[in-house]
Design a binder for this molecule. Structure first.
Ligand code: G6P
Length: 486
């Protein structure tokens, strides 16, 4: 497979353009998908087709709707697709984010289903198909479609170009038939995906659930090897390959002077006195990340182990996301209120010996994006990182934390519901629903002997250095692949 001619397709683009004080400014976007794929295209070149979501995106492209990125040293093409307001409102915000997202994360009460959503979702997929087909005419190459926004795209591309290889990577969980049963369009979604030549999931569990759905809802044939689906005269390989991060890039950057400087600045900014231990959460402000449960666990931790008052602070970086949706606004408000309430209560109960040590907050909530130097500095300085997703396809923050932990002193606590928990064997696996146990796990992490922390971190670092995002691409696109290999 010629990876240099790859045509990657996703809804979210890696770079958006904005106008600030009359200047055209290019900004990176958020989320695991773009942060994982950008280093891949940076290294290999190719084309990335995505929705032009930035307010000044049209000003930055040429006549062929594309531009070279990354802005500082271009190595690949970004081709933008334009969506109408209805397509964004009903297709992306509606069907993708208010139906498929909560459905796949089994947060079924969050589903809002309106009739207008499905035609708009189809229409989004048709727009992308048009762009992919034009791109194939220009420079043919393997098409690699990403995530739940584009489930119909494989069939649309294959209908026009049956001979071109089409791969799909599904970044989020794929639940079982009992969940998909809720969705009126489950068969259309399955048919759309089954036109692909290869369908890749994060875990074996998700791949297996997909096979079950294909069998139950379409009567598709799933051979005993359980690594392919035969449907409508077409054979789709179904495999599991967990996505990863650019381990080397994080490790190298973690050793840079810029990160050393950022570490000092951050301690100052968050008012962390010397000796105060640090816990870290970095998440989009999404209800699947289990942020409320995390706060409850921290609350229990500070009550149960009150000796840590004044000695431990949890930094929560909350990156705004999908903020046009009510569910996300309400969640954000709830997180803000809960942090405030927890902080007030524990600060009031804390009796510091000196005025100086009084300036302590149990939880520091930082809402907003942070720069790369700061992110890596936070990963380096955190004594522990806590991932408490209620369901998560992978969770790349966990892998980024390990990659940046060059000092090998930190401890990773990860939810059993995050795909990464299956691979990162040196982590402490938690159940986000067990509040008291999570509190206990935080204490254990803080009191874990240096040797054990090091041993655990080394094990994960050595695993990730061999299973980085580049190895993931090679394995996903490997032509000789036949089974559900890892
Ligand atoms: C998750 C999804 C990605 C998505 C990202 C950010 O990681 O799997 O497909 O891009 O969230 O969400 P957004 O709606 O801003 O693209």
């Amino acid at each position: 497979m010629d990876v240099h001619r790859l045509i990657a397709v996703s809804n979210r683009e890696p770079y958006e353009h904005h106008r600030e004080h009359g200047q055209l400014v290019c900004k990176r976007t958020d989320g695991g998908l773009t942060s994982a794929l950008d280093p891949v295209l940076r290294r290999n070149g190719g084309t990335w087709i995505a929705w032009g979501s930035g307010p000044a995106d049209r000003e930055a492209v040429g006549a062929d709707m594309s531009l070279e990125v990354p802005p500082e040293s271009p190595t690949y093409r970004l081709r933008r697709v334009w969506l109408s307001q209805d397509e964004v409102q009903d297709g992306y915000r509606g069907y993708a984010n208010q139906v498929l997202w909560p459905l796949c994360h089994i947060t079924l009460d969050r589903i809002t289903y309106l009739k207008a959503y499905w035609p708009a979702y189809r229409s989004v997929n048709l727009c992308f198909a048009d762009a992919v087909l034009k791109e194939l005419q220009r420079t043919p190459g393997p098409v690699w479609i990403h995530d739940f926004h584009l489930a119909l795209l494989p069939a649309l591309v294959k209908a026009a170009q049956p001979a071109d290889p089409v791969f799909v990577f599904w970044h989020i969980p794929w639940p079982g038939p009992e969940v998909w049963h809720i969705l009126p369009e489950r068969r259309e979604i399955l048919r759309g995906l089954l036109a692909a030549d290869r369908l890749i999931f994060q875990t074996h569990g998700h791949a297996e659930a997909f096979l079950q759905c294909a069998h139950d809802f379409l009567g598709a044939v799933v051979p005993a090897t359980r690594d392919q689906v035969l449907y409508d005269g077409h054979d789709t390989r179904v495999i599991a390959h967990p996505i990863s991060v650019d381990f080397q890039m994080f490790s190298e950057h973690a050793r840079s002077e810029a990160v050393d400087r950022a570490k000092m600045d951050l301690r100052q900014r968050f008012g962390l006195r010397p000796g105060v231990r640090v816990g870290l959460g970095v998440d989009r402000l999404d209800y699947t990340k289990g942020l409320l449960k995390r706060l409850w666990a921290l609350d229990t931790f500070f009550s149960q182990y009150s000796e840590y008052r004044g000695k431990f602070t949890f930094l929560q970086i909350a990156i705004p996301t999908r903020s046009e949706l009510d569910a996300y606004q309400q969640y954000r408000d709830l997180i803000r209120e809960t942090v405030e309430e927890i902080n007030q209560r524990h600060v009031a109960q804390y009796a510091p010996a000196t005025i100086e040590s009084a300036s302590w907050n149990p939880i520091e909530l930082h809402e907003g994006r942070i720069g790369f130097d700061e992110l890596v500095a936070l990963y380096r300085m955190a004594d522990l990182a806590l991932v408490s997703s209620v369901y998560d396809g992978m969770n790349l923050v966990a892998k980024e934390y390990v990659s940046a932990q060059v000092g090998e002193t930190g401890v990773l606590l990860i939810s059993q519901m995050a795909g990464a928990a299956e691979e990162l064997s040196g982590a402490i696996v938690i159940n986000p629903y067990e509040t008291e146990r999570v509190a206990e796990a935080i204490k254990n992490a803080l009191e874990m002997p240096r040797d054990e922390r090091r041993r655990r971190m080394l094990r994960m670092r050595s695993y990730l250095s061999a299973h980085d995002v580049h190895a993931w691409v090679d394995r996903c696109l490997d032509e000789t692949l036949t089974g559900t290999h890892r």
